[in-house]
Design a binder for this molecule. Structure first.
Ligand SMILES: NC(=O)c1ccc[n+]([C@@H]2O[C@H](COP(=O)([O-])OP(=O)(O)OC[C@H]3O[C@@H](n4cnc5c(N)ncnc54)[C@H](O)[C@@H]3O)[C@@H](O)[C@H]2O)c1
Length: 263
């Protein structure tokens, strides 16, 4: 396990939870975000930094063994903000990782890179991408950056195509896409601990009975999800008893994202 682990996006939804859960698995946890992450807890180093600031990223990566990257724009927003955080910022992060000899990154991608596959099909990470917006395209760029930095420099990446991270699934669609906080912790730890990952793409999803995603190509990670959204099926099916199959948000895996206009 890493001696010094860097967690970006530590002020965000997933980052706040991982901050607590990862602390026990490293000697020092460096937590960073553009937003305030509050005071350092025992074993922590807190750094306020913007991804698009190359110098700040260089300082942030110094002395780090591994990175869990949750920072960035998490949905369709202005192209300028996506460009800064997810394109320029990720490049800064990888370049700094290369300069400082970081061996592995675990990077948040998204289900939206395959958002235009239908909800009635099961896909795996080898299918051609079908992104549902510029946010999703920026996540594909991130996956390709991970591929490139492994092929060229031997820096390993696990790209997590995260589904819907919630305390519990909120809609019928999320019966397929949900990932629990406990399974997210299992997935991140598996991604950090697996002996060899090269560049691996894995869907970040719980063991949902109605999952759209086949993770067998990422079996070597040893990720074994324990939670299943189907425990909530009766309640959510009652809330949405009929599905409008003329609505693209119901037809495609990306849900409402497939209706976004570029901003
Ligand atoms: N939450 C989900 O269900 C979900 C689903 C798919 C993918 N993801 C991905 O997982 C990651 C974390 O998601 P989240 O829900 O915690 O998002 P979030 O918005 O809650 O957290 C992201 C954090 O990144 C920080 N950030 C944004 N721009 C930055 C910049 N330019 N420089 C430095 N920090 C910046 C924000 O301040 C925020 O704290 C994101 O990359 C998101 O795309 C999340």
């Amino acid at each position: 396990m890493a001696q010094r682990l860097l967690l970006t996006g530590a002020a965000g939804n997933i980052g706040r939870d991982l901050r607590i859960r990862l602390a026990a698995h490293c000697q020092a946890l460096r937590v960073s975000d553009a937003a305030d992450v509050g005071p350092a807890r025992p074993g922590e180093e807190c750094v306020t930094a913007r991804l698009e600031d190359a110098q700040a990223m260089d300082q942030l990566l110094a002395g780090v063994d591994a990175v869990v990257h949750m920072g960035g724009v998490p949905e369709e927003r202005s192209f300028e903000s996506i460009l800064a955080a997810n394109i320029v910022g990720l490049r800064n992060l990888y370049e700094a990782a290369r300069r400082h000899g970081v061996r592995r990154l675990v990077v948040a991608s998204s289900l939206h890179v395959t958002g235009f596959y239908r909800q009635d099909e099961v896909i795996d990470a080898s299918v051609p991408p079908r992104p549902d917006g510029y946010y999703a395209i920026s996540k594909l760029y991130g996956e390709n950056l991970g591929r490139y930095y492994f092929d060229r420099f031997g820096i390993e990446t696990v790209s997590l195509r995260i589904g819907s991270y919630r305390v519990e699934p909120l809609t019928r669609r999320e019966l397929s896409s949900w990932i629990s906080a406990d399974d997210m912790e299992r997935l991140v730890l598996a991604s950090l601990r697996a002996p060899v990952v090269g560049h691996t793409i894995v869907y970040g999803v719980s063991a949902n009975t109605s999952s759209w995603w086949d993770n067998r190509s990422a079996q070597h990670l040893g990720y074994q999800p324990q939670d299943d959204a189907s425990a909530h099926a009766a309640r959510l099916n009652a809330l949405e008893p009929t599905l409008d199959l003329n609505n693209p948000a119901t037809v495609f895996q990306g849900g409402l994202f497939v209706l976004n206009e570029p901003l």
